[in-house]
Design a protein around this ligand. Structure first.
Ligand SMILES: [Cu+2]
Length: 168
């Protein structure tokens, strides 16, 4: 009788022990999941990893037009645009001037230059109007130095161009 009682008592403690152990292990697993790198990280959104580059263009003065990474800091020529081979980059051109402008990557400083890498935001005959903007995404495949230009006739001569450096 005593043994049986003891047996039952032991059995109950054992059960409690098992329940406590299970709870502790479960808590530990949940804790590890939280600590695991990326375990609780949000699922990357579509297009994550795409770099975004906004380039503003417009008039600086009567005979000086330019580009900049901020609408308040247009320079002539514009700042260097640095891209990396294989890195997807969304290039947005925003016209903050009072005249139509464009942005194209090329290797010629001529309004009718052939655009490279599919980057031609506005054309000589259909430029981006004041307050207009448009984007294009590229994944550069070739390292080197190129140019970006405004293809509205006469604007390159007024300084509306800059360097594009594609790093390998
Ligand atoms: Cu222009």
């Amino acid at each position: 009788m005593d043994l049986r009682k003891n047996g039952l008592a032991l059995s109950t403690s054992a059960k409690i022990g098992i329940v406590v152990a299970v709870v502790v292990v479960a808590a530990a697993i949940v804790g590890i999941m939280f600590l695991m790198p990326g375990g609780q990280a949000p699922t990357p959104a579509e297009g994550a990893g795409e770099r975004e580059l906004i380039i503003y263009g417009g008039e600086i003065s009567v005979n000086k037009y330019g580009y900049g990474f901020s609408p308040d800091e247009l320079t002539s020529p514009g700042p260097d645009i640095v891209l990396k081979v294989g890195e997807k980059t969304k290039i947005t051109f925003k016209n903050v001037g009072n005249l139509p402008h464009t942005l194209a990557i090329s290797n010629e400083k001529r309004f009718d230059a052939t655009p490279l890498f599919g980057v031609q935001i506005g054309t000589p005959t259909s430029p981006i109007g004041p307050d207009g903007e448009r984007s294009v995404s590229i994944i550069p495949k070739q390292a080197g130095e190129f140019l970006y230009i405004c293809q509205v006739p006469g604007h390159i001569e007024l300084g509306m161009w800059g360097k594009v450096i594609i790093q390998g």
